[in-house]
Design a protein around this ligand. Structure first.
Ligand code: PGA
Length: 261
């Protein structure tokens, strides 16, 4: 059985005061929820605040990236070991906004996945096609290339990632910050495709890996998405900035247990 996972990606939003109110509201709403995993990914500078406010609650916290470097002369980079010191259990890696605005690519993302796992942090590896790739019918080709970049890692690292675990996030770029999410049927077909790709690494790994959907998840569409057999939760941007909306999305994941096939 895969446990549903709902993660809020706050992106470049927040302030000490706003975060405190929002985290307290989410903690209050979720305090009796133990059937699903819930996480919040904040800007680096607020990870200390998250650690203060979320320790001893059922909400995990994480960063929105980690550096591919371990240490040294890399101005403005933040390592996986550093965020681990602030109790992060999660780190988003390869988000399309990083790929778009900061020229990140899958080759760097897979090294970041390795760094996160080495630091004891679960990476959330975001993959997804752009509008143009979608329109050209190339979505699956793009997803395969992004995911199979893991094979560029050395064997020992790959084995470590498989045994520690990672979370995959299917985030079609055209659905992020858009008016509409992917339909549940389309998202399901892509998630099933991703799971099939994961089975090329190992059948058990494919079955245990959570594949969450991101791109305009709302309280209105969450249930239909999460009810799909290969959609194990959500990566939520805008709606996670509203504690009430985020809690409704968590509730949509609550009664759902994905079949283990
Ligand atoms: P959105 O963002 O929910 O605002 O579309 C999702 C994401 O980018 O992770």
């Amino acid at each position: 059985m895969r446990r549903p996972l709902v993660v809020g990606n706050w992106k470049l939003n927040g302030s000490l005061a706003v975060n405190e109110a929002r985290m307290q509201a989410i903690v209050g709403a979720e305090k009796d929820i133990h059937q699903i995993d819930i996480g919040l990914c904040l800007p680096y500078v607020y990870l200390f605040q998250a650690q203060q406010l979320l320790a001893n609650t059922n909400i995990m916290w994480g960063s929105q990236n980690v550096s591919q470097f371990e240490q040294g002369a890399y101005t403005a980079c933040v390592s996986a070991d550093m965020v681990a010191e602030f109790g992060c259990q999660l780190a988003i890696v390869g988000h399309s906004e990083r790929r778009h605005y900061s020229a990140e690519n899958s080759a760097k993302a897979v090294i970041r996945i390795k760094r996160a796992v080495d630091a004891g942090i679960t990476p959330i590896y975001c993959i997804g096609e752009t509008q143009a790739e979608h329109a050209a019918g190339e979505a699956k080709k793009v997803l395969a290339a992004q995911l199979m970049a893991l094979l560029d890692l050395d064997k020992i690292s790959l084995e470590k990632i498989k045994s520690f675990g990672l979370v995959m996030a299917y985030e079609p770029v055209w659905a992020i910050g858009a008016d509409q999410a992917a339909t549940p049927e389309l998202a399901q077909s892509m998630h099933a495709f991703i799971r099939d790709l994961l089975s090329k690494f190992d059948a058990e790994f494919a079955q245990k890996t959570r594949i969450i959907y991101g791109g305009s998840v709302t309280p209105e569409n969450a249930k239909a998405l999460f009810n799909m057999p290969d959609i194990d939760g959500g990566l939520v941007g805008r709606a996670s900035l509203d504690a009430h909306a985020f809690s409704s999305i968590c509730a949509a994941a609550l009664n759902y247990q994905a079949p283990s096939n």
